[in-house]
Design a protein around this ligand. Structure first.
Ligand SMILES: *Cc1c(COP(=O)(O)O)cnc(C)c1O
Length: 366
C-alpha cells in the first residue's frame, strides 16, 4: 500500500529540525542579555580594510543593478595572485553556500562522506540535507584531525568526499604542505577532498600548500569572512579543476553574490598591508590570551587561526564559563558541542582594546 505523501519531499520530510549554529542574535533573544563583547563566531574584531569599506560605500549606489554573475573581476584578481586560471575559480556567498554546492554536486542519496567528529558542522548540515551519510572519525589525543584514520575510513567506506578544515575549526591546529600532500596521495582515487581553508591567512605562509597547480582530487575553499573581516557581506570562493567548477554552474544561484561584496572583496584583496596588520595583531593577541589562560593553570592548543581553544577540564566547567560570561558580563564565546572537545572553550582573539575586558571577565568566571 502506498503511504500518503506529505506536502514536502521525502528527503526534506526525513530531516530533523536543526540549525548548524545558534546565532549571537538568537542568544540575546533567549537570554535577554545584550552582547557587549562578541568573540564567539570568529568574526574579525579588526573589521574590514578602510580601502575595502570605501570601495563598498562607492558601490552602494549601484545596488539597483544585479552583480556580475561570473564575478569576473574578482576571479581575475584571484587567478593572477595565485597563478591559476579563472576557469578554476567559482565565487559564492561564503564557504557555507559552496559547501552546499559540493554536497549537491557529488552526492546521491546514501553516499558516504567522511569527516572529523566535532568538526565544522555546516558541511554536515548540507550533506544530510542532500541525503548523504556521514561517517565520523575522532580527533587524535593531540587535538589534531586524524589524517591516517580519515584516509583509512575513506577507503573502508568508499567515501565520495572527505572533509578537512585546515587550519582546523574548532581546534585551531594546522597541517603543513608536506603532510597534506601525503594525506591527499593516500586517499582513494574516487574520493574528493573538501579542503576548507577559512582561516588560511592566519597560517604561516611558508607552510601553506600552494593553490597552483590545481589538483583534480581537491576542492579548496576560501573566504573573505575571517581575516578580511567581511563575514556579513557573504563572499567566498572555491578553487578546483575546471570540470568541478562547471558542475556548480549548472545549479548555483548565479546572482547570489551582490555588487557591494564583489567590490569589497576586490579592494580587500589588494590591501595587503591591512591584512598583515590583522594577522600580526592576531598572533600577538593569541599569545596574550594563551599566557593569561596558563596563569590560571589552563592549557590552550597552539592556534593557526583567529581563535584559541582553551582546555578548562570538563564539559560542565566549560558550560559554566560560556554561560557565566554571557549572563554576567555580556561576553559571547562558544564551546565545541562534542566530546572530548567539549572540555574546552573557544574564544575569538580580540583587539588590544578588547582583551583587558575579556581577561577581566574570564578571571571572574574561571
Ligand atoms: C567561519 C567558517 C566558515 C564560514 O565561511 P563563510 O565564508 O562565512 O561561509 C567555513 N568553514 C569554517 C571552518 C569556518 O570556521
Amino acid at each position: 500500500m502506498a503511504t500518503k505523501r506529505t506536502r514536502f519531499s521525502h528527503q526534506i520530510e526525513s530531516l530533523p529540525a536543526t540549525v548548524p549554529f545558534v546565532a549571537p542574535e538568537a542568544l540575546e533573544r533567549i537570554t535577554g542579555r545584550t552582547i557587549e563583547l562578541r568573540l564567539g563566531a570568529n568574526e574579525s574584531p579588526f573589521g574590514v580594510s578602510p580601502k575595502a569599506l570605501a570601495a563598498m560605500q562607492a558601490e552602494l549606489a549601484t545596488g539597483y543593478l544585479y552583480g556580475d554573475p561570473e564575478s569576473l573581476a574578482l576571479r581575475q584578481a584571484l587567478a593572477a595572485k595565485y597563478h591559476i586560471s579563472v576557469e578554476e575559480i567559482s565565487v559564492g556567498s561564503g564557504i557555507d553556500e559552496i559547501l552546499g554546492w559540493i554536497a549537491r554536486s557529488f552526492l546521491d542519496a546514501g553516499d558516504t562522506v567522511v569527516t572529523s567528529l566535532g568538526g565544522y558542522p555546516t558541511f554536515n548540515y548540507h550533506v544530510t540535507g542532500f541525503g548523504g551519510r556521514l561517517h565520523f572519525v575522532p580527533y587524535t589525543k593531540e587535538w589534531t584531525n586524524d589524517l591516517t584514520a580519515l584516509a583509512q575510513a575513506a577507503h573502508d567506506k568508499q567515501a565520495r568526499l572527505v572533509y578537512l578544515a585546515n587550519p582546523d575549526n574548532p581546534t585551531g591546529t594546522f597541517f603543513s604542505a608536506d603532510t597534506l600532500s601525503t594525506f591527499i596521495a593516500s586517499l582513494p582515487e574516487e574520493t574528493t577532498l573538501v579542503l576548507d581553508e577559512a582561516y588560511i591567512e592566519f597560517a604561516d605562509p611558508a607552510h601553506v600548500l600552494p593553490l597552483s597547480p590545481v589538483s583534480d582530487r581537491v576542492i579548496r575553499l576560501r573566504t573573505f569572512s575571517k581575516a578580511y573581516g567581511m563575514a556579513g557581506l557573504r563572499i567566498g570562493y572555491a578553487v578546483a579543476d575546471e570540470t568541478m567548477i562547471q558542475s556548480f554552474d549548472k545549479f548555483r544561484n548565479h546572482f547570489g553574490v551582490n555588487r557591494v561584496a564583489q567590490a569589497g572583496a576586490l579592494a580587500a584583496l589588494e590591501d595587503t598591508e591591512f591584512l598583515s596588520m590583522v594577522t600580526a595583531q592576531t598572533r600577538v593577541g593569541g599569545r596574550d590570551l594563551a599566557m593569561a589562560a596558563s596563569q590560571h593553570g589552563l592549557s590552550s592548543i597552539p592556534s593557526s587561526t583567529n581563535f584559541l581553544l582553551i582546555h578548562v577540564g570538563d564539559e560542565n566547567r566549560a558550560k559554566r564559563i560560556v554561560d557565566g560570561l554571557m549572563q554576567d558580563h555580556g561576553v559571547f564565546i562558544r564551546m565545541p558541542g562534542i566530546s572530548p572537545l567539549n572540555q574546552c572553550i573557544r574564544v575569538t582573539i580580540g583587539t588590544p582594546e578588547q582583551h583587558p575586558r575579556l581577561l577581566q571577565a574570564l578571571k571572574q568566571v574561571w
